[in-house]
Design a protein around this ligand. Structure first.
Ligand SMILES: C[S@@+](CC[C@H](N)C(=O)[O-])C[C@H]1O[C@@H](n2cnc3c(N)ncnc32)[C@H](O)[C@@H]1O
Length: 337
């Protein structure tokens, strides 16, 4: 049986190297594949330089079919994608038109059974200056959050943020939330409607929401599409468990604190509830594992190591793999920690 390599970079084509990983073995995937037609990573077999956007979509769809095999049933994927403009009708859109590459891929992944839970806007606080005069400049990218089943691991408490509004900080007074039919697909509000109140201000902080203001990283390194570390931190803490049962692989979870059970004045005083096993194995624990199948310079691995999680990277370009090894303090070649 295959064993999951931990804290290792697998050098090669993602379409081959993913087959080296065992089924249902990784807890989360955080990755940014090459966008369509934007960069040349200097190696044969690289993705992103397909002649038509639909060929790019089909290639990545195949990669994510393999990703579906290697993630655990409780696992998830954070997929950072950007779009590009067509230069020729043969790329897949009239010249000057956005190719809608992320949308094409996400629709294909949905057909394959992926459940899209969030579309996070990475709002760049330092967007590239642009000289265009006939459209708006591009100031954001998207990070999609996908899962395979309705039950998955998500530790919201680990990524809550301090409340900003004084209303949320102070208010304990009941507030009528109003009613009315919200539409056939609106999120259920029965619980709130029945109690007739909302208590703003969860004592552990607020949900960070789906618009993240994060600066892009400089391009001092020889690699030009490096993740900002903050873009990895939140996904990692939310979906890569700190502890996993070494026998059955199930993540340990926290007891969920409900805001109505706790006074908001305790914000910042209450520590996170302890993690507890979700199984009866009684076996020792190991850290959760994050996979980045387009590892580049290893940002996902660096953030994982900082927070005590294990990681696996796949990277086609040996020079980038070498940069990642140096950054992660590994000795060549492919040394497991
Ligand atoms: C957007 S970059 C990832 C950057 C990374 N997130 C970081 O922080 O450094 C995409 C990476 O995918 C790699 N890549 C392209 N085609 C690949 C393939 N077929 N298999 C594996 N890696 C590939 C490129 O060499 C590049 O390093």
């Amino acid at each position: 049986m295959k064993r999951l390599p931990r804290n290792t970079i697998l050098v090669g084509d993602v379409r081959e190297r993913l087959r080296d990983l065992p089924e249902a073995s990784v807890d989360t995937v955080i990755t940014s594949p090459p966008y369509f037609g934007l960069r040349d990573y200097g190696v044969d077999e690289q993705l992103g330089l397909e002649p038509h956007v639909d060929a790019w979509t089909a290639n990545l769809q195949r990669v994510f079919a393999d990703v579906a095999r290697v993630i655990k049933p409780t696992g998830s994927v954070w997929l950072n994608l950007g779009d590009s403009f067509s230069r020729h009708p043969r790329h897949g859109a009239p010249p000057k038109g956005l190719l809608l590459a992320p949308e094409r891929l996400l629709l294909a992944l949905t057909e394959d059974g992926w459940i899209v839970r969030n579309k996070v806007i990475w709002a760049k606080s330092n967007p590239m200056p642009s000289s265009v005069t006939d459209r708006l400049s591009l100031t954001y990218e998207v990070v999609y959050f996908l899962v395979r089943s309705k039950e998955y691991f998500f530790d919201l408490d680990a990524i809550r943020e301090p409340h900003r509004s004084s209303a949320a900080k102070r208010s304990r007074s009941p507030r009528n939330i109003g009613g009315g039919w919200a539409g056939p697909l609106a999120a259920p509000r029965e619980g709130l409607r029945r109690s007739g109140i909302v208590r703003p201000g969860h004592p552990l902080g607020k949900n960070p929401g789906d618009v993240w203001q994060i600066a892009t990283r400089g391009t001092a390194s020889a690699h030009f599409a490096v993740f900002p570390e903050e873009l990895v931190r939140r996904p990692l803490l939310a979906t890569c468990p700190e502890k996993v049962c070494s026998a059955c692989g199930r993540p340990w979870r926290r007891r969920v604190l409900r805001s109505r059970d706790l006074p908001t004045e305790l914000e910042g005083v209450i520590t996170l509830p302890e993690l507890r096993p979700d199984c009866r194995c009684g076996a020792p624990t190991v850290p959760g594992v994050v996979l980045d199948p387009f590892f580049g310079t290893g940002t996902t691995g660096a953030v994982a190591a900082r927070y005590g999680r294990d990681w696996v990277g796949i990277e086609l370009n040996p020079d980038y793999a070498e940069m990642a090894r140096a950054r992660l303090g590994l000795t060549p070649p492919e040394t497991a920690a």
